[in-house]
Structures are given as structure tokens and as C-alpha cells.
Write a protein that binds this ligand. Structure first.
Ligand code: C2E
Ligand code: MG
Ligand code: MG
Ligand code: MG
Length: 290
């Protein structure tokens, strides 16, 4: 029989464990940033007609010595809670820029590098200043960098959003609105934001074939994007059928496990070299498509 008092004690215990874990992670994260013990993986964004890689998204990875892989969402939550957002975001932007330069020096085909920005970096810190300093420091072409902010994050600071995004644009970096469709932004909000692309959240892509509502939603986004002259990227392309459906709807860019999971820098370099040799990503290489 269920004992409410015992259930509550269990709940309390779990809360405390959660708190303890986060406190511990925060301490270790501070060190990991300083000692460069974090990692970025990279996932290609591809042109859906040719399979060519248009850009890569840098995604945070943390292999904690005791806890193993910690999800980037938890890392970001810890950073936001323990005042490490500035350090973490600057580490991510700087590391991604460095990697981009390494690939350029290695004469790989140029690809844009997309990085994710956490809410606190956007609302509490000088994002434009940080990006500007990092770009100057590494001397990377601003047009090579793409900043991803979620629709929700831009809503949190609805007053300053146009200024922040215009500031980034003035630097020459490109802007993507991430997880689009999951937030509550309005058309009038969207109209004020100088973004270059929308990334349709994977929750709308996954079941495209069986969910007429998702298909209608994607159609709406595509026509909205067309009238606002924005690019659209579909996230979470996992099935050949997703690719067929998206292509049919006129979506031109995609990202997902069907093409490649996020992989470490060496593996991504190999993918880029293969492309140089004419070897394409699956499913194109499988002969699934022309
Ligand atoms: P996001 O920016 O929307 O990134 C896409 C997420 O979808 C990644 O998860 C990626 O691995 C996953 N994904 C890609 N293709 C597929 C697919 O076909 N199917 C499925 N089911 N998932 C796919 P990940 O790497 O776990 O990152 C989760 C979220 O954590 C990111 O969502 C982003 O919001 C945040 N994040 C990751 N790295 C960073 C970072 O460096 N800084 C900040 N601030 N946030 C980050
Ligand atoms: Mg993203
Ligand atoms: Mg997303
Ligand atoms: Mg997401």
C-alpha cells in the first residue's frame, strides 16, 4: 500500500540528491572550462537536394569522470544556476571558432559553424561584446559563424531582442532561431527579429508521415519563411521518408541522424574529406536517391 509520508520522504531524498549532483557538477564544470576538459561534437546540416554539407552545428559534450556523459541541457542548466553561463558560452564560441580555423588551414571545403547560446548569455551578459572579441581574437570571418538562439530565449528578453540580434548582424554573423515552433513567439515578434533562418524543432519532423497536423504545420512555416525571406532547416531528420516528405514540401536544408549523428572533430573532418572526394553522406551514398 502506498504511504504518502514515505512517498514524500522519497521525493525529498531525490530532490536533495538532485541538488547535491548539481552543486557537484557546478564545481567540476568551473574546473572543466578552465582546464579545457569539455568537448564539442559537430553535426552536419545538409542541402536536401544534393546531400552536400552546408554548415555544421557545434554541440557540447562533457564526459564527467564520475558521472559519465552529462547531457548538454543539464550542463547548460547548471551553468545558468551557478553563474557560469558567461564562461561556458565563451568557451563554446571560442572552441568552435578555433576548430573552424583548423579546418580552414587543413584546406577543407569551407563550412559555416553554428553555435548554441544559452538563455542567460542572451539576457544577462553582453553577447554582442563577447562574440565580437572572440571573432577578432581568432580572426575568423564573421560570415562563417552562425549563432543559434531558441525562440523562447528571444522571448525572455523581448524588449532587447531586436537590439541584440541587430548587434550580432552588424558584426557579420548569421542568426538562426532554434527549436522553432515550440515557443510562443508571435508573428509580430518574429517580424522584428533580424534572423536568417528558422530551425523547425525535431518534434514536428519525426512523425511527419503519420501526423497530418505536423505536415500542415511545416507547410505553414515554409510559406511564412518564404514571405519573410528566411531559410528553413528541418531538425531531426531520421527516416528516408522524412527526407522525401520534406523535399516534397520544398524544404531545402536538414539535419538529423539519417545523414549523421553529431561526431567528434576528427570524424567530421573525415566526412568533409570524403565529400571532397565525391563520397556522399548516406542516404545519397546508398543510392537511395539519384
Ligand atoms: P539543439 O540546439 O536543438 O540541437 C539539436 C539536438 O538534436 C542535439 O542534441 C542533437 O544531437 C539532436 N539531434 C540531431 N539530429 C537528431 C535526430 O535525427 N533525432 C534526434 N532524436 N535528435 C537529433 P544534444 O546534442 O543532446 O543537445 C541538446 C540541446 O542542448 C541542444 O538542442 C541545445 O539546446 C543544447 N546545447 C547543446 N550544445 C550546446 C552548447 O554548446 N551551448 C548551449 N548553450 N546549448 C547547447
Ligand atoms: Mg541548435
Ligand atoms: Mg533545435
Ligand atoms: Mg532542441
Amino acid at each position: 500500500k502506498r504511504d504518502p509520508a514515505q512517498a514524500y520522504r522519497l521525493f525529498e531524498l531525490q530532490m536533495n540528491l538532485g541538488l547535491q549532483r548539481r552543486r557537484e557538477l557546478a564545481e567540476d564544470l568551473r574546473q572543466a572550462i578552465l582546464t579545457n576538459h569539455l568537448d564539442l561534437h559537430y553535426q552536419p546540416l545538409v542541402r536536401l537536394d544534393t546531400g552536400r554539407i552546408e554548415s555544421v552545428e557545434a554541440l557540447l559534450r562533457w564526459d564527467h569522470p564520475k558521472h559519465g556523459m552529462v547531457s548538454p541541457l543539464e550542463v547548460v542548466a547548471v551553468a545558468e544556476q551557478y553563474d557560469l553561463a558567461l564562461e561556458l558560452n565563451e568557451w563554446v564560441i571560442a572552441t568552435a571558432c578555433q576548430q573552424s580555423l583548423v579546418w580552414e588551414a587543413a584546406k577543407l571545403p569551407p563550412v559555416k559553424m553554428a553555435v548554441n547560446i544559452s538563455p542567460a548569455m542572451y539576457t544577462k551578459h553582453d553577447l554582442v561584446g563577447s562574440v565580437s572579441r572572440i571573432i577578432d581574437y581568432y580572426g575568423i570571418k564573421p560570415g562563417r559563424l552562425m549563432i543559434e538562439v531558441t525562440e523562447d530565449t528571444t522571448m525572455q528578453d523581448i524588449e532587447s531582442s531586436p537590439d541584440i540580434l541587430h548587434g550580432l548582424h552588424r558584426l557579420g554573423v548569421e542568426l538562426a532561431l532554434d527549436d522553432f515552433g515550440t515557443g510562443y513567439s508571435s508573428l509580430s515578434h518574429l517580424k522584428k527579429l533580424p534572423v536568417d533562418r528558422l530551425k523547425i524543432d525535431k518534434s514536428f519532423v519525426h512523425d511527419l508521415n503519420n501526423e497530418p497536423k505536423d505536415l500542415r504545420f511545416i507547410r505553414t512555416i515554409l510559406s511564412l519563411a518564404k514571405s519573410l525571406e528566411l531559410e528553413v532547416v528541418a531538425e531531426g531528420v531520421e527516416l528516408p521518408q522524412n527526407l522525401t516528405d520534406l523535399t516534397q514540401e520544398g524544404c531545402t536544408l536538414g539535419q538529423g541522424y539519417l545523414f549523421s549523428k553529431p561526431v567528434d572533430a576528427d570524424a567530421l573532418e573525415k566526412i568533409l574529406r570524403d565529400q571532397q572526394q565525391g563520397i556522399r553522406l548516406p542516404p545519397w551514398s546508398d543510392g537511395y536517391l539519384n
